[in-house]
Design a protein around this ligand. Structure first.
Ligand SMILES: Nc1ncnc2c1ncn2[C@@H]1O[C@H](COP(=O)(O)OP(=O)(O)O)[C@@H](O)[C@H]1O
Ligand SMILES: [Mg+2]
Length: 227
């Protein structure tokens, strides 16, 4: 999926007036690219990702997904975009603790409808194989380590075959080894399935998996030189 931000500004209102978080963000991410956006805590990374992911609207400017302006679209449209075309991965995994590994990966397919139970299971198993956890399909997710839970979350994010993956500090709760495993999965998916990937993180090692690195600084997006 191609992602484009045109003159995006974002303000939040606080008791002492509007607070500027993003100022004139212009960004073009071609289909299949892998972009990392770095910045310290509070710099607006989650805000930016939420705008791309149709979870929030810009104060000014446009967000276009596959050339379609989503910033002016209705809630029902945005909900469908989120469910069918975007895979979200969060710092805290956000798995459903009462479901098995397999059931967690199946869930977005159930919500989207249109697939038989058998096809859902087959697809979920294919994705679990991709993240190296097909052997744990019947386990409760609570029995898995943090790194394994995050890999289940990635499989779940992929279950409706999205064109875009948005990852918000996906290694934030992980040790170095698990972080590496998770980032290798993101890289493999991006390389083999050409899914556009946007990662926001304050971890420079994780960010280095991106093909392009940007930084949020004083509400603006700046290109980061490669080391
Ligand atoms: N819904 C909101 N209402 C008011 N202020 C917000 C809201 N969401 C984020 N902010 C503020 O916007 C700034 C950027 O937040 P955020 O995007 O979460 O940063 P990051 O993800 O880089 O840590 C912070 O100062 C935060 O307090
Ligand atoms: Mg954040």
């Amino acid at each position: 999926m191609k992602v484009e931000l045109q003159g995006v500004h974002k303000y939040f209102t606080s008791r002492s007036g509007p607070v500027k978080v993003l100022e004139n963000i212009n960004l073009l991410i071609p289909h299949g690219d892998f972009v990392s956006i770095m910045g310290p805590s509070g710099s607006g990374k989650t805000t930016l990702l939420n705008l791309i992911g149709c979870l929030d609207d810009p104060s000014y400017g446009k967000v276009l997904l596959s050339d379609r302006d989503t910033s002016g679209a209705g809630e029902a449209f945005k909900e469908q975009v989120r469910l069918r075309h975007i895979g979200f991965v969060f710092q805290s995994y956000n798995l459903l603790p009462t479901l098995t590994v397999l059931e967690n990966v199946q869930l977005p397919m159930q919500l989207a409808g249109g697939k038989s139970y058998r096809d859902q299971v087959e697809q979920a198993m294919t994705l679990l194989r991709l993240v190296g956890l097909d052997g744990r399909a019947k386990d409760s997710v609570m029995r898995l380590s943090g790194g394994q839970q995050q890999r289940v979350a990635i499989a779940r994010a992929l279950s409706n075959l999205p064109g875009l993956i948005l990852a918000d500090e996906p290694t934030g709760n992980l040790d170095e080894r698990s972080s590496k495993e998770v980032m290798e999965v993101f890289r493999t998916i991006n390389e083999n399935q050409h899914i556009t990937t946007v990662l926001v993180t304050h971890d420079s090692k994780a960010a280095s998996y991106g093909r392009r690195m940007l930084r949020l600084e004083n509400c603006r997006l700046v290109e980061q030189e490669r080391l």
